[in-house]
Design a protein around this ligand. Structure first.
Ligand SMILES: Cc1cc2nc3c(=O)[nH]c(=O)nc-3n(C[C@H](O)[C@H](O)[C@H](O)COP(=O)(O)OP(=O)(O)OC[C@H]3O[C@@H](n4cnc5c(N)ncnc54)[C@H](O)[C@@H]3O)c2cc1C
Length: 474
């Protein structure tokens, strides 16, 4: 960031964290449904869905909408939405490719189609909320990408023209226009896209989809981890602690957790991302920041922050650090990282100095299913009886609905316009084994940090990754 940051040990900054509850604000809600009982005994069904995050819920819902007579079972290892789906920023992007730039770089010939499918997908989510009367604090308020430094603004300048090529409207704003919209002295400019991004309360979305699935007759077993998957007499058999499920087709929505299809594992690493929310702003604090259009905001650095207002006018503030722990670390002790919380708090008060004295109410972390192409990919196993999708790399709140749609296409065994896309057929490059993986990710993080401190200049390592199609520029 351009402005001189406060230091992480600044007592004012640290005091703002004193009362933060170590839990996702979305999940800290008395409206959370009681979990369904675990599976006990042996059952059969037509479609087994493993994983009760957005991917699994969208797969079950769309399968039932396609064919109401289908017997669909969802099994979730813990509770619906407890993982990434209940811990994210709630930005619902219309992009299936983790942004236009990443998509154009990797799938130039398909981008027109992918942008259209992404728009339809976003609208499909909105229509589903209406159809099932799901109250999930949906706001179609668009996205503002702010620049803190001139080199970031120079990168943003190309966006209006690029977006226009794909029929989208992006405005470029100067410092005055940006600061008159959202009052931060750190902004030197921004791009604004009014369409294409919505905000949501992700836990309410997950719980609403859960209820819609149950109403359509989906059978749900929570606290039921699948511990093994095998083929027996032409059917798949999933083993759980107290039972077994036989099904001809299995959809895996297990995201960053070790895949039940072992060969899918090298394609994804868990990268931990951390988030803070403030207490609700007073009317005076709210006035002091402007932000009347309530856009979702991201910044244009390589290590970026994302932030937004919640329905009760808190600020959710996340991102920047992206931490990989050795050997795909998924231990629950990684759910909190005080060092990162202090850094996030410090950046928050640099961005909004007028809010000094505000307390953070919640602090939490979650693991992101990162792959080397930064957007979802699909795979099949057991002769097409099992299909999986993962790799959303931090932009899956919207894309999971599309991911699940393609899972059902793949399991049907019939080609569709979606399954013919290169985007669906191709896989990313896998990560190397440890310790090369850890060293490579650490070097990449260090290089990205250096680029942000050196006017965006990418060092030889990042340029090599760019050449190999592994480079990421937010
Ligand atoms: C901190 C954070 C912020 C984010 N912010 C955003 C954002 O603002 N916008 C955005 O688009 N994306 C964001 N994301 C990413 C987004 O949350 C995910 O892409 C999305 O929720 C993935 O949904 P999912 O259903 O695939 O995975 P998950 O929600 O992780 O669900 C997978 C489920 O599978 C279950 N499971 C795994 N293995 C088994 C098994 N063997 N048996 C039974 N159950 C199993 C798990 O218990 C889990 O509930 C963020 C992620 C994080 C962590």
């Amino acid at each position: 960031m351009a402005a001189q940051p406060l230091t992480a040990t600044d007592p004012v900054v640290l005091a703002s964290l004193a009362e933060a509850t170590p839990q996702s604000i979305w999940l800290d809600d008395p409206a959370a449904p009681d979990p369904s009982p675990s599976l006990v005994g042996d059952i059969r069904c037509d479609l087994l869905v493993v994983g009760g995050g957005f991917t699994g819920l969208w797969a079950a819902l769309q399968a039932k909408e396609d064919d109401a007579s289908l017997d669909v079972v969802v099994v979730e290892g813990r509770e619906i939405g407890w993982a990434a789906s209940g811990r994210n920023g709630g930005f619902v992007s219309g992009s299936l490719t983790h942004g236009l730039l990443n998509g154009v770089e990797r799938f130039p010939d398909e981008m027109e189609t992918l942008e259209r499918l992404g728009e339809e997908n976003l609208q499909g989510i909105e229509d589903t909320l209406q159809r099932y009367a799901i109250e999930a604090e949906w706001e179609r308020s668009g996205e503002l990408t702010v620049a803190y430094e001139p080199w970031q603004l120079a990168h943003l300048e190309a966006m209006p023209e690029l977006a226009a090529r794909y029929g989208a409207k992006v405005e470029l704003w100067d410092a005055d226009r940006t600061q008159s919209e959202v009052a931060s002295p750190t902004y030197v400019g921004a791009t604004f896209e009014a369409e294409g991004t919505a905000l949501v309360n992700p836990a309410k979305l997950a719980w609403g989809l859960r209820r819609a699935c149950l109403d359509l007759g989906v059978r749900l077993f929570e606290r039921t981890p699948v511990t093994g998957l095998a083929e027996e007499s032409g059917r798949m058999v999933a083993t759980t602690p107290y039972g077994r499920i036989r099904a001809p087709k299995v959809a895996l929505g297990t995201n960053v957790f070790p895949s039940l299809v072992k060969r899918a594992r090298p394609y994804v690493v868990p990268v931990w991302d951390y988030v803070l929310t403030t207490e609700p702003l007073t009317a005076e604090q709210r006035r002091s920041i402007g932000w009347q259009q309530r856009q979702g905001i991201g910044d244009a650095a390589n290590q970026f922050h994302y932030y937004r207002l919640t329905a009760d006018d808190r600020i959710l503030w996340g991102g920047y650090d992206a931490i990989y722990y050795y050997r795909n670390g998924m231990d629950s002790r990684h759910e909190h990282r005080p060092e990162t919380y202090a850094k996030l708090a410090e950046h928050f008060f640099t961005t909004f100095p007028q809010l000094e004295g505000l307390q953070f109410s919640h602090a939490w972390g979650g693991a992101i299913d990162t792959c080397t192409r930064f957007c979802a990919f699909w795979g099949q196993a057991y002769g097409g009886k099992v299909a999986y999708v993962t790799g959303y790399t931090g932009l899956g709140v919207g894309a999971t609905r599309f991911g699940a749609r393609v899972l059902l296409d793949l399991l049907s065994g019939r080609p569709t316009p979606r399954t013919e896309l290169d985007f669906v057929r191709r896989k990313p490059l896998p990560f190397p084994p440890e310790p090369v993986k850890f060293a490579g990710i650490a070097l990449t993080r260090w290089s990205i940090d250096s680029a942000d401190r050196n006017e965006g200049r990418r060092n030889p390592w990042l340029r090599t990754l760019d050449r190999l199609g592994l480079g990421f520029d937010s």
